[in-house]
Design a binder for this molecule. Sequence first.
Ligand SMILES: [Zn+2]
Length: 157
Amino acid sequence: MNPCPCGYLGSSAWPCRCTPEQVARYQGKLSGPLLDRIDLHIEVPPVSAQLLLEAPPGESTDSIRERVVAARERAMQRQGHANQSLHGAAIDRHAALDDTARAFMFNAAAKLGWSARSTHRALKVARTIADLAGSEAVQVGHLAEAVQYRRALRGAA
Ligand SMILES: [Zn+2]
């Protein structure tokens, strides 16, 4: 979705013409429970055509695919299904958080006012990030990245 009705909120290249009330009303159209079910909230700032054309080529889709396949394979070997299908206690068991990581997640969830569902969904994303990194345990860095993905829209936890 756009950040506001005109689409330019937060852009340095174009001025946003919306009032704060319009922005609040627009973002409020997405209900909390709906946002709760979207795991990856990512802010994508507008890119000028020139910047787009001058950007160096990124990582190839093939090499990304290899990492994704390997991460999924790791999950299958560990628990017999993808991280997305983990539920309840199985999430905690397979996330295998140490005390530091557990404290970090607890604090983040409390500070952001997350529901149990939000917290569990972020844990599953963190498990996937750890799998992509080839890490046995979910560490603080993986959790921090997963937390970031649920924070792009201000006020939407
Ligand atoms: Zn705007």
